[in-house]
Design a protein around this ligand. Sequence first.
Ligand SMILES: CC(C)(COP(=O)(O)OP(=O)(O)OC[C@H]1O[C@@H](n2cnc3c(N)ncnc32)[C@H](O)[C@@H]1OP(=O)(O)O)[C@@H](O)C(=O)NCCC(=O)NCCS
Length: 200
Amino acid sequence: MDSAPAHGIGVSVDVIFEVCGGANRRPVVGPATYSKFETLRDGRRFEIRALRPEDGADLVAAIKTVSKQSLFRRFFAVRREFTDKEIAFFVKVDFVNHVALVAVIEDDGRPTIIGGGRYVVVKAGVAELAFAVVDAYQGQGVGAALMRHLTAIARDAGLQKLSAEVLAENTAMLKVFANSGLPMTTSREADVVHVALRLA
Ligand SMILES: CC(C)(COP(=O)(O)OP(=O)(O)OC[C@H]1O[C@@H](n2cnc3c(N)ncnc32)[C@H](O)[C@@H]1OP(=O)(O)O)[C@@H](O)C(=O)NCCC(=O)NCCS
């Protein structure tokens, strides 16, 4: 659900396939088994954990519950269908150049993906962020929690900067970044805000 966008990792899957950089950094074993518990604003507990290869079907199921507006904000296009190649890309994460976390809650006794966030290293020391939270769970602190955990992983990995491309009307995403505590600069190009967050 937190998949590939057309601007940066927001819109075009092809852009992500080209991602490289950071190849000389040491592999980080930790993030691949990442798991922390958080609390929604309504008091329910949820887990933020590393995306697993077997999450593909659940990820696609989650995307199907996301509104058109949210899909547009995430991918800069409304997409619900993804090719096998795209799905493979979303779930085949090396946790060095491509790190992906999901937010999971027990729903009717079954773990359900309610959101995801990822970063892709686009050049040495710099990674691009993307997020999506299922509409029914937006505004409950899931996006902020994903941001906190991705930031911690990025710091541990020695990254210096996180970036994102966000539609200017996407107040929630811009707020998550502004509230992250990281020094932030923005520039605007038409409807898109380029966000840069300094880690070091
Ligand atoms: C953007 C998104 C990831 C944020 O996740 P979230 O779980 O809804 O965010 P949080 O609950 O952590 O809220 C973050 C802040 O935004 C505010 N917020 C949430 N929804 C909002 C809305 N619709 N309008 C204005 N502010 C909003 C919250 O109040 C909170 O601010 P606060 O801490 O000062 O109260 C989520 O809304 C989403 O998936 N949107 C659709 C996809 C998308 O836009 N992806 C981003 C592309 S990079």
